[in-house]
Design a binder for this molecule. Structure first.
Ligand SMILES: O=P(O)(O)OC[C@H]1O[C@](O)(CO)[C@@H](O)[C@@H]1O
Length: 527
């Protein structure tokens, strides 16, 4: 059994701390040696992706200290325990099994006589069968007409991941003739969200998936009622237009009001649930079950790499540990995720939940305070749009913010034009290459307003094209990175008590059970 210890009790962490400001990336990237470093500091990921860390503040000495930290913190032993079914989520007394939704990495995990891998595969098959029947016109509206649109109602992990993945593959599916149904999403309890989506779809030909693991989330239940009301007013029977994705123990599972219910369980956290029925139902309906299966295969292949004890062959653990060096030794406060791909426009928002809800904590897995910083602030936007927005601060602002670029050689649609001797895709890729060097190396100028100090570290994940498999690998990479960082910080990355207090107070406001400042704020907002 692995031993769980705070980061600041590990000897290898002391060693790492002695390496503060050890590498000057501007110098490391200069001249012929710099070119060699770019070629060498690269590790293959799954599905043809590569993780390149040449512009990170590491060298052989720092990497060796990181490898010692990985060993001393028993990161791979902890991952093995996780996928073999140990109770890693101590706060909620639960196993953490999202890897099992993509493949059997270790031993069978059996709960109350049910093999969990078999359970997840059975639910995938249920989603696939349902989607195939909808596509074939075997499940139709009451008039016997085919459904053309699918709308997901959910929030947090029941929205962000599936929405990011849908947007990521929409153009790819169109270009590859696997696009089946338009998907839309309703998440916010702001009535303008549901009203605007409902006004934009053809209700009579729309299917609605109510997605809530707990089946108790206020926003989702409210939006479900909002949609039912709209269907009823349109003379349609809601139960012929809705299905549920939920856990078997949730209130939604007991309802007869759905065409079908597809299940997940308590062992897959909301923010890790895109690979369960939470993402599986909508992606299978939108693009066909085969596309969802390819995404799972990409994720499974990346998970396999994450089991490697050799740090240099484990891109997820390497990325995680470089992040630890940046946060706990260099003292950087945030990380920007910058995909040079419009298809990944909502991917940073998904990672924001995944990372910040997992590792935004100040007590360890035994509920004792830790005396070091943990999860960074995560934000991001696709390039090149971000360049014309917040990059000013990234280049010349007072904080150094590490950057995670993502770029692809080919576009998804393949539609392009040559203007002034380069295509749009070439312009996109030229910008990301330029930014890496501009951030790392800077530029001296006597006029300090035009001076770039450089020393802004970045990594880049490079792929040929964003496909279902490479998207799955990308998703798993970041999930595994977050998991390894949580292990290093000795956190329980799989609960989210920090979201509860606000929910409790909102209920009190709605019940008019308030006093003091809460009452005055409630009055100011006309509640
Ligand atoms: O799927 P559910 O149970 O409706 O939860 C939605 C989201 O709410 C949260 O619990 C946070 O409030 C997230 O962790 C979760 O993804």
């Amino acid at each position: 059994m692995a031993t769980w210890k705070n980061l600041d009790t590990l000897a290898s962490f002391d060693k790492l701390c002695s390496l503060k400001n050890h590498v000057d990336i501007a110098a490391a990237l200069s001249g012929e040696e710099g070119g060699k470093r770019v070629a060498d500091y690269s590790t293959p990921m799954a599905a043809g992706l590569n993780y390149n860390y040449a512009a990170k503040e590491v060298d052989e000495t720092v990497l060796s200290a990181l490898a010692q930290l990985a060993d001393e913190a028993q990161l791979i032993d902890k991952f093995e325990e996780l996928y073999n079914g140990a109770v890693i989520n101590t706060g909620e007394n639960r196993m953490v099994l999202h890897h099992l939704a993509r493949r059997q990495l270790g031993n069978p995990v059996v709960v109350d006589g049910v093999d969990k891998r078999e359970f997840y595969v059975a639910q995938q098959k249920k989603a696939a069968d349902f989607a195939n029947k909808v596509h074939a016109g075997e499940i139709t509206n009451e008039a016997g007409e085919k459904f053309t649109t699918v709308v997901q109602i959910g929030i947090g992990g029941s929205d962000l991941g599936p929405r990011a993945l849908y947007i990521a593959l929409e153009n790819w599916a169109k270009a590859n003739n696997t696009f089946k149904m338009e998907a839309r999403f309703i998440s916010n309890v702001d009535p303008d969200d549901a009203a605007a989506v409902l006004a934009s779809v053809d209700l009579a030909h729309s299917l609605f998936i109510v997605v809530s693991k707990s089946g108790t989330t206020l926003e989702t239940l409210t939006n479900e009622a909002f949609v039912k009301d709209a269907l009823t007013k349109a003379g349609l029977n809601p139960s012929k237009h809705m299905l549920a994705v939920t856990s078997e123990t949730s209130p939604l599972a007991k309802s007869e009001d759905y065409l079908t219910a597809i299940f997940m369980d308590d062992y897959i956290g909301g923010r890790y649930s895109s690979v369960s029925a939470v993402g599986g139902a909508i992606l299978s309906l939108a693009f066909g079950p085969e596309v969802f299966a390819q995404l799972l295969d990409g994720a499974a292949a990346e998970d396999q790499l994450a089991t490697n004890r050799d740090l240099m062959k484990n891109p997820d653990m390497l990325d995680a540990l470089i992040g630890i060096y940046e946060r706990n030794v260099q003292g950087y406060p945030s990380t920007a995720v910058l995909p040079y791909s419009q298809a990944l426009s909502r991917f940073p928002a998904h990672l924001q939940q995944c990372d910040m809800e997992s590792n935004g904590k100040t007590v360890n897995r035994f509920s004792e305070p830790v005396s070091y910083v943990t999860g960074p602030v995560i934000f991001g936007e696709p390039g090149t749009n971000g360049q014309h927005s917040f990059y000013q601060l990234l280049h010349q602002g007072s904080d150094i913010i590490p950057l995670q670029f993502i770029g692809f050689k080919k576009s998804q649609l393949g539609v392009d034009v040559d203007i002034e001797n380069s295509t749009s895709q070439q312009k996109l890729c030229a910008n990301v290459a330029a930014q890496i060097i501009a951030f790392a190396c800077g530029k001296e100028d006597e006029n300090l307003n035009k001076n770039f100090k450089g020393k802004r570290p970045s990594s880049i994940i490079i792929g040929d094209e964003l496909t279902p498999a490479s998207l799955g690998a990308l998703l798993a990479h970041f999930e595994n990175k977050i998991m390894f960082q949580g292990f290093v910080w000795n956190l329980n990355s799989f609960d989210q008590e920090g979201v509860q207090l606000g929910k409790v107070l909102a209920k009190r406001v709605l019940a008019h059970d308030t006093d003091g400042a809460l009452k005055v704020f409630s009055d100011l907002l006309n509640i």
